[in-house]
Design a protein around this ligand. Structure first.
Ligand SMILES: Cc1cc2nc3c(=O)[nH]c(=O)nc-3n(C[C@H](O)[C@H](O)[C@H](O)COP(=O)(O)O)c2cc1C
Length: 89
């Protein structure tokens, strides 16, 4: 498995509702592909950790990277060959 940690900045103001929707859709989609992690929003920044099978994590990271709601994506860490999740549920 693999784990990616990044931060990014919103491109335009987002309402609480829009942020909640991103969280809800992420939870639903990630469950289907067995990706776990953490998504935090503070000030104008997102902080996210995604972990799971290499291919799924890669695919998701590309998809998230194309989302116009954020930019200035800074990948903090990529961990390869992990065999334990930080966020098992
Ligand atoms: C900061 C940020 C984090 C996101 N994280 C995820 C995620 O973990 N999983 C996910 O499926 N979508 C995530 N998204 C949303 C995707 O970019 C995309 O809008 C969504 O997956 C599309 O869902 P759909 O294919 O069900 O329409 C994130 C978006 C942003 C802005």
């Amino acid at each position: 498995m693999k784990r990616i940690t990044y931060i990014s900045r919103i491109t335009n103001p987002l309402s609480i509702k829009e942020i909640e929707t991103i969280g809800m859709i992420s939870t639903k989609n990630n469950k289907q592909v067995n990706i776990t992690g953490l998504l935090v929003f503070f000030e104008k920044l997102f902080f996210q950790i995604i972990e799971g099978d290499d291919e799924e994590v890669n695919r998701l990271y590309v998809k998230i990277g194309k989302d116009p709601r954020h930019g200035d994506i800074l990948r903090i860490k990529t961990e390869h060959g992990i065999n334990e999740r930080l966020f098992p549920i």
